[in-house]
Design a protein around this ligand. Structure first.
Ligand code: D54
Ligand code: ZN
Length: 279
């Protein structure tokens, strides 16, 4: 057994108003994703997304089923999206090897029985994943940065100049409900997802990486008129309930992975909030 998983419950926004720093962090922050030869994950009851990290070092490790699923194998009733944030490696899906390089994604559809994560030949493998319930099979597909739908948003003047790589979105790969991508902040830009938004139809998880060890990101959550913040370090993730904004400002630039599950597959379905409307 090399998989460790904890459950996080859903939260009512009226309740979250009363959370202090520790309680906010306990409910929403995922501090430790990468442990040698382990899969570490969180099962959130927000759309039942599983958020996790895979770090094979001395041996190949499999995607094991977990008690939360009551399924004979992990992907029996689920789909998964994996993004490599470390050195190039091989992921085997029912015996078929996929080479996944740094910042490339692999979508694996419902029904794949054996998924094997190999350690990198050179360098270290860090794989970040999101998995959502799925009741239909779609083919496994590797998506590189060249296959992504790319948009550049913001400006250096507004400290939010960034490139959004939509990797696992329905124009690139068919999925049941999962959408994932990666946003890179340009040097000198620190704000992500500003103007902020909510999408009550879908929850979201953010994973911050490529952040220097001595720098931090202040992640904002909550309803627009009642925001809270969580200070985060490199390689940490945070859960955003459907009713919450999700935005951050770093003490330097960084990259992050966003992943969503819920009601529709329309990336553009967002209710934008003007910066002046935030409280
Ligand atoms: O619902 C979409 C997600 O929140 C992100 O794609 C937003 C983002 O990467 C950004 O604006 O920087
Ligand atoms: Zn969003």
């Amino acid at each position: 057994m090399h998989t460790f998983i904890t459950t996080r419950y859903s939260n009512h926004p009226e309740d979250v108003k009363n959370y202090d720093t520790g309680k906010l962090r306990d409910h929403f922050l995922i501090e430790s994703l990468f442990v040698n030869d382990q899969i570490n994950c969180v099962y959130t009851l927000n759309d039942r997304l599983i958020v996790g990290g895979i770090h094979p070092v001395s041996k190949a490790i499999t995607l094991e089923t977990v008690d939360q699923l009551k399924a004979s194998y992990f992907l029996e009733r689920r789909e998964i999206g994996i993004i490599n944030v470390g050195a190039a490696t091989t992921i085997e899906v029912d015996g078929i090897p996929y080479q996944v390089s740094h910042k490339e994604a692999l979508y694996i559809g419902q029904g794949a029985k054996e998924v094997l994560f190999h350690p990198a030949q050179s360098g270290e493998t860090y794989l970040y994943f999101n998995s959502a319930p799925a009741h239909k099979h779609f083919p496994t597909k590797k998506v590189g940065v060249d296959d992504a739908e790319v948009v550049t948003l913001g400006s250096l003047e507004n400290s939010n100049h960034r490139t959004i790589y939509k990797l696992l979105v329905n124009s690139v790969v068919p999925t049941c409900q999962l959408q994932m991508g990666m946003t890179e902040l340009k040097p000198g830009s620190v704000w992500n997802t500003m103007p902020a938004h909510t999408h009550d139809r879908r929850m979201e998880a953010y994973f911050y990486f490529d952040l220097a060890a001595d720098q931090a990101v202040c992640h904002y959550m909550g309803q627009a008129e009642e925001t809270r913040h969580i200070w985060m370090k490199n390689n940490q993730a945070v859960i955003s309930p459907p009713w919450s904004i999700h935005s951050g400002a770093g003490t330097s630039n960084y990259t992050f992975i966003w992943g969503m599950a819920g009601e529709n597959l329309d990336y553009g379905d967002m209710d934008t909030i003007a910066p002046t409307a935030l409280k």
